[in-house]
Design a protein around this ligand. Structure first.
Ligand code: ADP
Ligand code: MN
Ligand code: MN
Ligand code: MN
Length: 339
C-alpha cells in the first residue's frame, strides 16, 4: 500500500466565471486509484459562494482522475459539486446536466495571456512593446521573452503526463499570449481535460510569480483578444455530412445565435467586433477558411463537395465554460433532422 495525494478539484459558485478550487486528501491504495475507488468528499461552501454559513457543507463527487507528476503518488481528481445528500447536483454544478455524445468529438483551442505586475509578460512597465506581427508562432527572445516558453513547455509535459490529450501549443498574435489545443471524444471528457489543463497551468505559474489571464479582451486597442475556438464533429458529420445537411445546420446555428453567445464566455462583445480575426457578436456567418466568420469551414470539409468532417466555431472565448459550450453545440445539432 502507498499513500496517495488526491487533489480534489472543483468549480466554485462565482459568476459569471467560476474559479478553480482544490484541496488535498491523503488515502492509501495498492496502486494508482481508479474513479470507482475514489470516495466522495466535502468542503465549506460558505467560502466559495456555494452555501450559507449556517448550513455550509457541499459534497465533491469525483468524475475524472489524472496522474499528477508534480507530486510523489499524486492524482488530480476533477469533481462535481453536490448537495449535502450527495445525489442532487448543486445549482452551480453545470456539468451534471449537459448533453453528451461519445460520437461527438471536440477540439478546444484555449488562448490565454501570461501576466506579471498587472501587464502581459514582456510588456514594458510604461507603454507598449512593438506592435503585433512577429509574435504569432514567433521564436527568439525579442518575440517571446525568456521565461514564457519554459512555462508553456512545462505545462505541456505535465498535461501529457496526466493523460490529457493535448494536440499542440503555439505562441499567439499578441505579446505574452499563448494557446494550447485539447482534443477529446465526448463533451464531458474534453471539457474535463480543459478544466484540469487550466488548473495545471494556474498552479504551475505560481512559482514564477505569474498569473494566467483568461479574460477575452484584457488589452484595449490593436491587440488580439483570447478565444477558445470550438472545433466539433459528430459521427454523422464525419461519415455522411452533405451540403444540404450542412446548410440546415448552419441555418440552425444562425437562428440560435443568441443562445450560443449566452454561454460562449463573458464580455465577448469586447472581442467579437469584426476585427482581429472575428465576426461581430450580433452576426452569424460561415465561410471556407474564413477567419473573420463565426464558423470557419476547413478546406478538408468541402473537399470533393462532400461536406464531411469538422467545423470550427470561432466565437467561444477564453473564459468560457467548455461544459456549456459543448452542450449548446450538441443542442443545436440535435434540432436539425438528418436527411
Ligand atoms: P487553427 O489554429 O488553424 O484554428 P488548431 O490546429 O489550433 O487550428 O486547432 C484545430 C483543432 O481541431 C484541434 O484542436 C483538433 O483537435 C481539432 N480537430 C481536428 N479534427 C477534428 C474532428 N474531426 N472533430 C473535432 N475536432 C477536430
Ligand atoms: Mn489554433
Ligand atoms: Mn489561436
Ligand atoms: Mn482556430
Amino acid at each position: 500500500m502507498a499513500k496517495y495525494k488526491l487533489e480534489y478539484i472543483w468549480l466554485d459558485g462565482y459568476t459569471p466565471v467560476p474559479n478553480l478550487r482544490s484541496k488535498t486528501q491523503v488515502k492509501e491504495f495498492a496502486s494508482f486509484p481508479n474513479l470507482e475507488q475514489l470516495p466522495m468528499w466535502g468542503f465549506d461552501g460558505s467560502s466559495t459562494q456555494q452555501a450559507e454559513g449556517r448550513s455550509s457543507d457541499c459534497m465533491l463527487k469525483p468524475v475524472a482522475v489524472f496522474p499528477d507528476s508534480t507530486r510523489k503518488n499524486g492524482a488530480l481528481v476533477m469533481c462535481e459539486v453536490m448537495m449535502p445528500d450527495g445525489t442532487t447536483p448543486h445549482p452551480s454544478n453545470g456539468r451534471a446536466a449537459i448533453l453528451d455524445d461519445p460520437g461527438a468529438w471536440f477540439g478546444f483551442e484555449q488562448e490565454y495571456f501570461l501576466y506579471q505586475d498587472g501587464r502581459p509578460l514582456g510588456f514594458p512597465a510604461d507603454g507598449f512593446p512593438a506592435p503585433q506581427g512577429p509574435y504569432y508562432c514567433g521564436v527568439g527572445y525579442k518575440a517571446v521573452g525568456d521565461i514564457a516558453r519554459q512555462i508553456v513547455e512545462e505545462h505541456l509535459d505535465l498535461c501529457l503526463d496526466a493523460g490529457i490529450n493535448h494536440e499542440g501549443i503555439n505562441a499567439e498574435v499578441a505579446k505574452g499570449q499563448w494557446e494550447f489545443q485539447i482534443f477529446g471524444k465526448g463533451s464531458k471528457r474534453c471539457a474535463d481535460e480543459i478544466w484540469v489543463a487550466r488548473y495545471i497551468l494556474n498552479r504551475l505559474c505560481e512559482k514564477y510569480g505569474i498569473d494566467v489571464e483568461y479574460h477575452c479582451k484584457p488589452l484595449k486597442g490593436d491587440w488580439n483578444g483570447s478565444g477558445m475556438h470550438a472545433n466539433f464533429s459528430t459521427e454523422y458529420l464525419r461519415e455522411k455530412g452533405g451540403k444540404a445537411y450542412f446548410e440546415a445546420l448552419m441555418a440552425a446555428f444562425g437562428e440560435h445565435c443568441e443562445e450560443h453567445i449566452a454561454v460562449y464566455g463573458p464580455d465577448n462583445h469586447l472581442r467579437l467586433t469584426g476585427l482581429h480575426e472575428t465576426q461581430s457578436i450580433d452576426k452569424f456567418s460561415y465561410g471556407v477558411a474564413d477567419r473573420g466568420a463565426s464558423v470557419r469551414v476547413p478546406h478538408s470539409f468541402v473537399k470533393d463537395n462532400k461536406y464531411q468532417g469538422y467545423l470550427e466555431d470561432r466565437r467561444p472565448n477564453s473564459q468560457g465554460d467548455p461544459y456549456q459550450i459543448a452542450s449548446r453545440i450538441l443542442k443545436t445539432i440535435s434540432l436539425v433532422p438528418k436527411p
